[in-house]
Design a protein. Structure first.
Length: 147
């Protein structure tokens, strides 16, 4: 279950996407927390979810949808954070990433380097340079088995 913070940040993200891209998102009227639950009041958008009827779509239709998704992802990649932000949510707070088992809220981080250090659990990459050299691929040599 996602946290109240994550849900409210979702509303902020949709507002940012609407403001800085041409990607269609619902208009957000308000977002709030009440009794431990988050609510997002937004304009309804008619349509069918992509997964609906996917197996009935022709290959050409599927290819067109993938092309649209590619365009959306490319457009999102061009949205740049403010210069004074390293890695943070769109509201400037922690990011919600459920891929990690130890915690879901991370940061915010003042630099990208600080973010990567956290992902490595604080391990300094210079510490392992000797191990990296030892594990590096080597030229192949003949391999012989003897009995």
């Amino acid at each position: 279950m996602r946290s109240v913070y994550s849900r409210l940040n979702e509303a902020h993200t949709m507002q940012l996407v609407a403001l800085r891209t041409s990607i269609p998102v619902p208009k957000i009227y308000c977002a709030f927390e009440r009794a431990g639950r988050a609510y997002i009041v937004m304009k309804r958008i008619d349509g069918e979810m992509l997964q609906g009827g996917w197996t009935r779509r022709s290959d050409a239709s599927k290819a067109q949808k993938f092309k649209q998704l590619h365009g959306i992802i490319q457009e999102l990649r061009y949205v740049r954070p403010p210069d004074d932000v390293g890695v943070a949510s769109t509201s400037g707070g922690p990011i919600d990433d459920r891929r990690w088992l130890t915690k879901s809220l991370w940061g915010p981080f003042t630099t990208v380097s600080e973010f990567y250090t956290e992902l490595r659990n604080g391990i300094d990459t210079q510490t392992y340079s000797e191990a990296d050299r030892a594990l590096a691929p080597r030229p192949r040599r003949p391999f012989y088995l003897s009995l």
